[in-house]
Design a binder for this molecule. Structure first.
Ligand SMILES: N[C@@H](CCC(=O)N[C@@H](CS)C(=O)NCC(=O)O)C(=O)O
Length: 220
């Protein structure tokens, strides 16, 4: 049984898959693919028609789309169950994952965290307007998840589930910005959740750190 995870070290979606694999204690090989580079190896192009990361390869079974990957990992490997049994809790978990994918990822990660944290490190220009737009769009997402929060320690039910795993890497980047920290502090349940989640072993073990600063600011 060979498991490969093809992904980018700083990618939130790759980290989601890594957390699920860590929870299930699956041994796997990480193959680094940076989807933001012009050159993407032919081998990866053949696996993912949309050239996003991550992609999981389990023997001859190739799977892309992170929420499909985490469900497959949960269903295929022993270890703690990461999806609730109760149909309403399971539906709530799926709903939160969809909210994160469809409304949260872009503003929280690509507009706020990317422009505030990553672009300066990659020698690229920060666009303050993008950050402003991202913060505005992030607020209703945090409100919605705060409202949907039905668990105590975790978002849904009594155990860690795939929606906690989906949100954690995005929240980690979002709260690296002062604006993100301020926005989280206004949401009591989510703040409590993050205090706990940031110390959770699989979240700590998959922390990619931050890229080092590159020296020049490009004009593009
Ligand atoms: N729907 C995809 C989204 C994955 C995704 O957007 N990954 C980012 C990195 S976190 C990516 O590959 N971005 C490359 C790009 O935007 O060109 C999934 O669930 O796997």
């Amino acid at each position: 049984m060979a498991v490969e995870l093809h992904g980018y070290q700083y990618s939130v979606y790759t980290r989601i898959a890594r957390i699920a694999l860590a929870e299930k204690k699956v041994n796997y090989t990480h193959i680094e693919v940076d989807p933001f580079q012009e050159f993407i190896p032919e081998q990866y192009r053949a696996m993912h028609p949309f050239l996003r990361v991550p992609t999981l390869k389990h023997d001859d079974f190739i799977l892309y789309e992170t929420s499909a990957i985490t469900r497959y990992v949960d269903d295929s490997f022993s270890g703690p169950q990461l999806q609730p049994n109760h149909s309403r809790e399971r539906a709530r978990m799926s709903q939160i994952i969809s909210v994160i994918d469809n409304y949260g990822y872009w503003p929280m990660v690509r507009q706020v965290a990317s422009h505030r944290i990553f672009k300066p490190r990659f020698g690229e220009r920060t666009d303050e307007q993008e950050i402003k737009r991202g913060l505005k769009a992030s607020a209703p997402v945090l409100d919605a998840i705060e409202e949907l929060f039905t668990g105590r320690q975790f978002l849904v039910g009594t155990h860690l589930s795939l929606c906690d795993i989906h949100l954690a890497p995005m929240m980690a980047y979002f709260v690296m910005t002062d604006e993100g920290t301020a926005m989280l502090s206004g949401r009591q349940q989510l703040s409590r959740w993050w205090t706990y989640m940031q110390e959770h072993p699989s979240v700590v073990a998959t922390d990619p750190g931050l890229p080092p600063y590159q020296s020049s600011i490009s004009e593009s």
